[in-house]
Design a binder for this molecule. Structure first.
Ligand SMILES: Nc1ncnc2c1ncn2[C@@H]1O[C@H](COP(=O)(O)OP(=O)(O)O)[C@@H](O)[C@H]1O
Ligand SMILES: [Mg+2]
Length: 181
């Protein structure tokens, strides 16, 4: 860490006086096995160790079926690993990861709601007034290039436009961790 304004501070000294911040997401020895019909099992991921610090951007690259979505589902708290640990900012994850926003691989918009209402709904649990939610949702839709499409239903949007609505839906909540499949 460079501290140009403080000539007497050194990276070594600050490292000694301050404990290292816990990673935003840490996966340790993660195994995930799916139970199939007929008693069969399928081990989707084995022995995954991954640590992502705050401010870091990490891409997981691999062929179809190698377990990328499975790992994200575990980090989001949507599935419980068969063994290993999921730690979020130093705390063992139990249940949904409420510090993360998750952009799903599959379309997850509500088909009966317009783009605007799909984005507004993300603020519902946060107790934001309807007028404020409307304003913020319009702002986010404009930021993802959909100012002219706020009143469209998902089936009236292209695949890429639907993805951008979903992105606005995640970003409007200002999550500390962004999981993007
Ligand atoms: N619910 C499930 N039940 C059984 N097998 C699953 C389930 N979800 C995923 N799998 C299998 O686990 C592997 C990893 O899937 P996934 O994480 O979706 O892969 P990808 O890297 O393409 O995102 C695949 O072989 C898939 O068939
Ligand atoms: Mg996938």
């Amino acid at each position: 860490m460079a501290l140009p304004d403080h000539p007497h501070a050194s990276a070594g000294a600050s490292a000694l006086s301050q404990p290292a911040a816990a990673p935003a997401v840490a996966l340790g020895g993660l195994d995930i096995t799916f139970h199939l019909e007929g008693g069969q099992r399928y081990q989707a991921v084995t022995g995954i160790d991954l640590s992502v610090t705050a401010g870091e951007f990490v891409s997981v690259v691999g062929p179809t079926g190698c377990g990328k979505s499975t790992l994200l589902n575990a980090a989001a708290g949507l599935l419980t690993p068969s063994s290993g640990t999921v730690t979020i900012f130093g705390e063992a994850l139990s249940g949904l990861n409420r510090r993360a926003g998750y952009l799903f691989q599959a379309d997850a918009l509500m088909p009966w709601k317009t783009a605007l209402d799909n984005v507004k709904v993300a603020l519902e649990p946060m107790g934001v007034s309807d007028a404020e939610a409307d304003k913020r949702a319009r702002d986010w839709l404009a930021r993802v290039g959909l100012r002219a499409f706020v009143d469209r239903y998902p089936h009236m949007l292209s695949g890429g436009q639907r993805k951008r609505v979903a992105l606005a839906q995640v970003l409007i909540r200002n999550p500390e961790i962004l999981l993007m499949d």
